[in-house]
Design a protein around this ligand. Structure first.
Ligand SMILES: Cc1cc2nc3c(=O)[nH]c(=O)nc-3n(C[C@H](O)[C@H](O)[C@H](O)COP(=O)(O)OP(=O)(O)OC[C@H]3O[C@@H](n4cnc5c(N)ncnc54)[C@H](O)[C@@H]3O)c2cc1C
Ligand code: FES
Ligand code: FES
Length: 499
């Protein structure tokens, strides 16, 4: 197969693309090269959902078909090689020139006014519609709201749109030909490395880990690209030149999740959606944090490895993973090494990662006996917002006595960081008010947070202490409070959800 041409399915038809810069966004390409202007540009940074499209692909090691909503503004065109892209124009085609049930219900429920956001909402709903019709299920309001958290509307208001998300299932069903799509994708699959070049900039997509390591050692200056939810913003918002790109999204070994005894091993290229889904099976305490991490389109594209490797001090996955005792596995042509995740972070955006190394996997311990684990995110908005403070606490509690405490915070230092003084202050003590007082004093010495646009240093100190107190109230041996007694959003849930 020609490795210099990008090949994918666009609204069911094969297309071949060349002559575009490797950092051309799918959104720009659709609108300027294909005249598919139904897909809109709002923010250009994954925040508004006006550009939502649906991407189909086959899983790395089996033939399972995956359809997911993504933001076209932060997807580079070559990353679509071997995949299927559906835009809002496809729906009418699928419905034989009529309105698709998703579109019809938006009309009937008055789900649109100026209409700028509407194609994005329609595509998020279409993705939900396909998922539910394939599994013969019907979503509740909470699921519909959750699927729409990446879509903003300035004029209609969300109630009619959520109603449309219900009513679309009352109309005659229109199913997607998943078997046909799977066959088309199989025919597109390549065995070799894609090496796409334009104007001296390369986009290289290997398929095996050893090929990736080899490429990395030969091109240490190239940018490793995974889900593009950070890098897309470097290009769109900071106008950074990212040079040659090595894409890890097709490397089979990096897309695996497997359980080795008491360790859950998550490949660095696994999407946030899949990683969170695997982790919450063992740690349901992570549910709210993951739900509030970005939005479904960002979680469907972004990877756990990308969040770890980017290493932002306000990244949301690190405090929880550090508290759980996660190890990070690094790989290069020189071999493999692993370390506790917290050891990866040396200083602000500085990591113990050599120029020829990649993050290969995360190894998360499972089923820790007598463990009490909680994680909390504080941000200005409930959904799709970056943390001001993110906290994770894990202790083992036996006969009321603490052992093996692991506490980590984001937003409190230049890196995601363990609260080592606090841990030392409580280790081996009874979990009572006296120990809490010791912990609070130590916590104050553990961190010297900064003031920035998200929060002042004083706010961060105060809320970090309050989160520690909340952890105590929820886990103390006597009179522990139930989640609905401490969780401020609990009242909101009952007000806004129907069963
Ligand atoms: C709208 C929006 C909302 C967001 N909300 C949140 C949020 O709530 N919480 C949060 O923590 N983050 C959030 N993010 C940030 C982002 O989604 C995450 O950091 C994501 O996990 C990055 O993964 P990616 O695969 O997209 O990485 P990319 O953008 O592809 O890469 C990010 C960095 O990691 C490097 N990299 C990627 N994979 C590897 C690897 N295997 N080995 C070595 N280096 C690698 C890249 O070279 C790059 O430096 C948000 C982003 C957007 C656009
Ligand atoms: S244009 Fe706003 S999410 Fe893409
Ligand atoms: S209908 Fe105008 S922004 Fe949603």
């Amino acid at each position: 197969m020609d490795t210099s041409t990008i090949r994918f399915l666009l609204n069911g038809e094969p297309v071949e693309v060349s002559g575009v810069a490797p950092t051309t966004s799918l959104l720009t390409w659709l609108r300027t090269q294909r005249n598919l202007t139904g897909t809109k540009e709002g923010c250009g940074e994954g925040d508004c959902g006006a550009c939502t499209v649906v991407v189909g692909e086959l899983a790395a090691n089996d033939e399972a078909l995956r359809l997911s909503s993504v933001n076209a503004c932060i997807q580079f065109v070559p990353a679509l090689d071997g995949k299927a892209v559906f835009t809002v124009e496809y729906l009418r085609q699928q419905a034989g020139g009529e309105l698709h049930p998703v579109q019809q219900s938006m009309v009937t429920c008055h789900g649109s006014q100026c209409g700028f956001c509407t194609p994005g909402f329609v595509m998020s709903l279409w993705n939900l519609y396909n998922d539910c019709t394939a599994s013969n299920s019907r979503p509740g309001d909470l699921r519909i709201r959750s699927e729409l958290t990446g879509n903003l509307c300035r004029c209609t208001g969300y109630r009619p749109i959520v109603e449309a998300g219900q009513q679309m299932f009352d109309l005659p069903e229109l199913t997607l030909d998943r078997d046909g799509l799977r066959d088309q994708l199989r025919a597109l699959r390549r065995d070799d490395t894609l090496d796409y070049a334009h104007a001296n900039a390369h986009f290289i997509a290997p398929r095996r880990l050893e090929a990736l390591a080899e490429l990395r050692s030969r091109h240490p200056d190239a940018t490793l690209l995974a889900g593009c939810t950070d890098i897309g913003l470097w290009v769109n918002k900071q106008f950074r030149e990212v040079g040659d790109l090595i894409y890890i999204g097709q490397v089979a070994e990096l897309r695996e999740i497997r359980q080795d005894g008491k360790i859950l091993r998550i490949g660095a290229g696994v999407t946030l959606t899949d990683a969170f889904s695997a982790l919450t099976q063992t740690y349901p305490e992570l549910g709210e944090l993951w739900e509030r991490f970005a939005s479904p389109p960002v979680r469907n594209a972004g990877t756990l490895g990308g969040n770890i490797a980017n290493g932002s001090p306000i990244g949301d996955s690190m405090p929880a993973l550090i508290a759980l005792g996660t190890r990070v596995v690094l790989h290069s042509v020189r071999g493999t090494r692993s370390m506790p995740l917290e050891a990866l972070y040396l200083d602000y955006m500085k990591k113990d990662l050599a120029a020829d190394e990649i993050v290969e996997a995360l190894e998360v311990p499972l089923n820790i006996p007598t463990q009490c684990f909680r994680t909390y995110k504080l941000s200005k908005r409930f959904d799709s917002d970056i943390s001001a403070v993110c906290a994770a606490f894990s202790i083992r509690l036996s006969d009321g006595v603490i052992s093996m405490p692991r506490i980590a915070f984001g937003g409190m230092a230049a890196t995601p960081k363990r609260a080592s003084r606090t841990e030392a202050a409580i280790d081996g003590r009874r979990w009572d008010e006296a120990t809490l007082a010791l912990a609070l004093a130590a916590l104050d010495a553990d961190y010297a947070p900064l003031s920035d646009m998200r929060a002042s240093a004083a706010y961060r100190r105060r809320t970090a202490a309050n989160l520690l107190r909340r952890f105590y109230l929820e886990t103390r041996p006597e009179g522990a409070l139930a989640p609905e007694q401490t969780r401020v959003f609990a009242a909101f849930d009952t007000l806004t959800t129907t069963p």
